[in-house]
Write a protein of this length. Structure first.
Length: 90
């Protein structure tokens, strides 16, 4: 599975079986990364794609010294289940 980062469209995404799964975000300012939505195509659910997209985005935020606002309920859930990312919360 290869996750790509499209900075122009502010998303992380992967393609599997010709279907796209994505994590959309918005930079609120130069230091705040807002995760707006995690979408996994219905045919690809329960394969861990949402977790991998979210983890990749959070690692990007960590490496870039960004604070994270998890507007998406899945991103909020993921952070609460993975304590190592709680320090990123804005």
């Amino acid at each position: 599975m290869e996750i790509k980062h499209d900075k122009e469209h502010q998303k992380f995404y992967l393609i599997d079986s010709d279907e796209e799964c994505s994590l959309k975000y918005m930079m609120e300012d130069s230091k705040t990364f807002n995760i707006l939505r995690v979408f996994v195509h219905p045919n690809l659910r329960n394969k861990g794609f949402a977790a991998e997209l979210t983890k990749t985005a959070l690692e990007y935020a960590k490496e870039s010294n960004l604070k994270v606002v998890p507007s998406c309920s899945y991103a909020d859930y993921f952070i609460n289940q993975n304590n190592e990312y709680k320090e990123l919360l804005a």
